[in-house]
Design a protein around this ligand. Structure first.
Ligand code: 2IP
Ligand code: CA
Ligand code: CA
Length: 382
């Protein structure tokens, strides 16, 4: 049982390995920071190595899952496009080939003959990862893989990944406002018929660094919420005595001001949409609110499934405010996920109404009430 879960965890560990490798291996690291330093911008090189790292991770997950579950192959979508143009103007499609040598040869072309980098990456992509996790033996739910779809965000919080800060001090509650900790691999599985998220995997490639070797360790979390079965690798966090919320530093001033009084100082800022939802999942904070339209289906699908497995949820922020204002009922306008039509571009997959992720329903009620009251105040003042 749980073959899909095992396969996704294995792929996420491999993905984390590639993300770590690109930061730890000197040859690859130099490529990663090339763009950042702005040195020789016109140098005929692969257009943007950080995008290539993202694409390699996405394609390795797509390849490994598609091979084990051919019925899913056409329904695996991700943030990145796998088409590249190298320094010679050749258009190349990145894919994982049947053998390591072939993948290395393809990467070598993309990387303008940087053979060392190509070989290192190909070895990581073709590594055999076996998940030893006794908790998985108790998972007996059968998922209908013929009607599922997958969203992948190969690296969420790319900016922090590139900057690579490893010395950020967390808040007293354990939240890292920036740094490598917020760079995550996100994989979400949804039901193509209902649009509901059913399985989520979050991998943290930079959860802990060995002080001696400086090598990073990863850790994963997973959750399944399907047909009344809810199982998760983590326990459901208990509500704390007060309310705490995490948000983007770009969150609107209005929302920040509306929530500050009910949070009594427990308003946190952090990078990475996936990381902020992870903070709710881990119980570091009670809710994540974002009123902008720059999170996407691949940011939320996996974390959403885990939250649901724990009894939480993610709703469309605009819709919940509208629906609850009308007052007829208090249904939850949950985020939903659709089948992949790659050609439509990223905008199509934006969570346009904003998001509100929460663990406990009572917190949702308090937050919506505070936002509504702040709105009314603003209206009567104008
Ligand atoms: C980004 C990333 C950003 C987030 C944005 C996402 O994804 O998670 O950090 O903004 O919404 O789309 P913020 O940090 O302000 O919440 P990516 O890094 O994959 O582009
Ligand atoms: Ca993202
Ligand atoms: Ca990304």
């Amino acid at each position: 049982m749980a073959q899909l879960l095992r396969a996704l965890l294995g792929a996420s560990e491999k993905a984390a390995g590639v993300a770590q490798l690109c930061r730890q291996q000197e040859t690859l690291f130099q490529l990663l920071i090339e763009e950042k330093s702005g040195v020789d911008k016109n140098k005929k090189f692969v257009q943007d190595f950080k995008t290539l790292a993202d694409v390699i991770i996405q394609e390795l997950i797509r390849h490994d899952i598609g091979k084990k579950f051919p019925e899913l192959q056409n329904f695996i979508g991700g943030e990145e496009s796998n088409k590249f143009e190298n320094g010679l103007g050749e258009s190349i499609t990145m894919r994982v080939c049947p053998t390591q040598q072939e993948t290395a040869a393809l990467l070598c072309k993309i990387l303008d003959q940087n053979q060392k980098a190509a070989e290192l990456l190909a070895a990581a992509v073709h590594e055999e990862v076996v998940i030893q996790d006794q908790d998985l033996d108790r998972v007996s739910v059968v998922l209908p893989t013929d009607r599922l779809g997958i969203w992948i965000d190969p690296i969420d919080s790319t900016n922090q990944y590139i900057r690579g800060a490893s010395d950020v001090t967390p808040s007293a509650s354990g939240i890292y406002s920036s740094g490598l900790r917020s760079a995550l691999v996100l994989v979400g599985v949804y039901d193509r018929l209902t649009g509901n998220p059913v399985l989520g995997v979050i991998n943290e490639p930079f959860v802990q660094q060995d002080p001696r070797t400086k090598r990073w360790n990863s850790r994963y979390h997973w959750g399944i919420s399907y047909h009344g079965t809810n199982i998760c690798s983590l326990p459901r966090p208990n509500p704390g005595s007060g309310l705490s919320v995490v948000m983007s530093s770009s969150e609107s001033i209005e929302n920040q001001q509306a929530l500050a009084p009910i949070c009594g100082g427990h308003v946190y800022h952090a990078a990475g949409a996936g990381y902020k939802i992870l903070c709710v999942i881990l119980g570091l904070v009670d809710a994540y609110i974002f009123s902008g339209d720059t999170t996407f289906k691949w940011d939320t699908c996996g974390p959403h499934a885990i939250l649901k497995a724990l009894g939480g949820n993610i709703v469309d922020l605009t819709r919940i405010r509208e629906v609850w204002k009308e007052g007829a009922n208090k249904l939850l306008p949950e985020l939903t996920y659709e089948s992949v039509q790659q050609e439509l571009g990223a905008e199509k997959w934006a969570n346009k109404g904003g998001v509100l992720a929460f663990m406990h329903r009572e917190h949702l009620e308090i937050i919506i009430k505070a936002l509504t009251e702040a709105d009314q105040c603003a209206h009567s003042a104008s």
